[in-house]
Each structure stands twice: as C-alpha cells, then as structure tokens.
Design a protein around this ligand. Structure first.
Ligand SMILES: NC(=O)c1ccc[n+]([C@@H]2O[C@H](COP(=O)([O-])OP(=O)(O)OC[C@H]3O[C@@H](n4cnc5c(N)ncnc54)[C@H](O)[C@@H]3O)[C@@H](O)[C@H]2O)c1
Length: 251
C-alpha cells in the first residue's frame, strides 16, 4: 500500500509498534517522511520495526515503554521531545487480547483495563501536554469494533475498548480549541500476531474470514492507512470520531 502525506519534518509516536497494526503504522509514518518513535514493551519486535524503517531509508528510534506504567509513559514522551524535538502525531495502539481467559477473574480484568484503557489515558494526557505547548497535534487511539458493539465473551476487552472511544470523545472536546484533534480507529478482525493463534488453525481461519462480509480478514496496512489519514491535514475538521475499518462487520 503506497501513501505519502508529506510528513517530512514531523514526529510520530506509535505504541505497540513491535508488530501487527503498530508496526504497519510506524512504517507508514516513516514512508511518509516522519521521524518515528517506535515503542513497545517487547524490545525485540520494536527494534525489528526500527530496522525495517531504517533499511527502507526512514528515520526511527526505539524506546521501551509499558503503557500501563505512568512513569514509563512520561519517560517515553520526554525521550521523544529530547531526541526529535517535538511530537506531532501519536498512535496509542498498544493493547492485549486474551480470548481464552476468563475476564471475570480479578487479575485478568485488572490487566486488561490497565493496558487497554489506563494505558491509553496515560499516553493521551502526556501527549496532549506536549502538543499544547505548540498548539497543534493529532492523536489516534486504537479501539476496536468491540468499542462500539459488544461481544458475549470478553467483558474486560469490551469495557476497555468502549472506554477508549469515550476517552477519545472526551479528548476531542477538551482540546478542540487548542489545535489538537483526537480520533480513534475501530478495527474489525485483522491478521496480526494477536490473531495468529486463531488463524494458524485452518478451520478457525475460515470462521474468522467468514465473520466479515468482505469474506476476509483485514491487513494491518489497512488500519495504518486510516491512522495516517486521521493524522493528516486531509482530516483537519475530523475530531472525536471512532473510524470503523472492519470490512463491513458492523454494517
Ligand atoms: N488484530 C485484531 O483483530 C484487532 C482488532 C481490533 C482491535 N485491535 C487492537 O489493535 C491494537 C494492536 O493489536 P495487534 O492486532 O496489532 O496486536 P499485536 O499483539 O500484534 O500488537 C500489540 C503490541 O502491543 C504490545 N504491548 C502489549 N502490552 C503492552 C504494554 N503493556 N505496553 C506496551 N506495549 C504493549 C505488544 O508487545 C505488541 O507488540 C490493540 O490495541 C488491539 O486491541 C486488534
């Protein structure tokens, strides 16, 4: 997928960029000319993403960050400013999904909420503080179609992702007059390491493909394309929007 928004001289931060949707977004930002801070709790995947960007002629650095730790998040934003001088775009994407776990168990519930919801809040508040100083910026949070409709199996994931959509709307309103836009992407079923345990089973793969009216899973690059558009000036009047990219699954 080719896209170039002319982001030369701009700085983008992507969390959960060690694989899947985050990696695709980091690569797309770099291909559009932005300097990219690749962040993840997993060092190996993050460093691989940086390598892919640098090999393709882009500019990127890796900073490890556990988004569920507010101090880590503060350090991540500080490091971004120190290394690249500013923050223009942030894709708060790190998340976990544990389809086989019982999310009514206290520790499973707490872990999901701390990463999938509190993690987004910690990132958003630090990013906004940095962006407020310059009076401009765009933030995109990764929610899910489970942020808009429920599923009967995952109370924590569904609650967290609905929370992400709520936080997105809040941020959009809070900073609307400060030049900061806040939007969300709501992916349907996407082929990433997160879904790999399911897609490695051919029968399950058929079921997942069949869950989407288009008859296939989405690719991470199709989410990255939506994130870049939301960050670009093409979306200058778009804020507080949960953009569904799901091949028609919620239609
Ligand atoms: N794949 C899908 O079908 C799908 C659908 C809807 C929404 N999403 C959402 O998209 C986002 C990305 O998912 P993906 O499919 O690319 O999965 P993925 O597992 O490939 O990527 C998620 C990344 O987040 C990182 N991560 C996990 N916990 C972290 C933490 N505490 N701090 C920092 N990084 C952490 C992981 O190391 C991983 O690299 C998630 O928020 C997920 O909920 C995915």
């Amino acid at each position: 997928m080719r896209m170039n928004y002319g982001f030369e001289g701009r700085v983008a931060l992507v969390t959960g960029a060690g694989g899947g949707i985050g990696r695709a977004t980091a690569i797309a930002f770099a291909a559009s000319g932005a300097s990219v801070v690749v962040s993840d709790i997993a060092e190996e995947g993050g460093r691989e993403t940086v390598e892919l960007i640098v090999k393709a002629g882009g500019r990127a650095l890796f900073q490890r960050c556990n988004v569920a730790d507010p101090e880590d998040v503060k350090a991540l934003i500080n490091h971004t400013i120190t290394e690249f001088g500013a923050l223009d775009f942030a894709h708060n994407n790190a998340g976990i999904n544990s389809p086989t776990a019982n999310e009514y168990e206290d520790d499973v519930w707490a872990r999901s909420l701390s990463i999938n919801l509190s993690g987004i809040m910690y990132c958003m508040r630090e990013e906004a503080e940095a962006m407020l100083k310059r009076g401009k910026g765009a933030i995109v949070n990764t929610a899910s179609i489970n942020g808009l409709v429920g599923n009967g199996a995952q109370p924590a994931y569904v609650a967290a992702k609905h929370g992400v959509v709520g936080l997105t709307r809040h941020g959009a309103l809070r900073w609307a007059k400060n030049g900061i836009r806040v939007n969300a992407v709501c992916p349907g079923v996407i082929e990433t390491p997160m879904t790999a345990p399911l897609t490695s089973n051919p029968e399950m793969r058929k079921v997942l493909d069949g869950m989407t009216p288009m008859g296939r899973m989405g690719q991470p690059e199709e989410i990255a394309a939506a994130v870049l558009w939301l960050c670009s000036d093409q979306a200058s009047f778009v804020t507080g929007h949960p953009l569904v990219v799901d091949g028609g699954a919620t239609a």
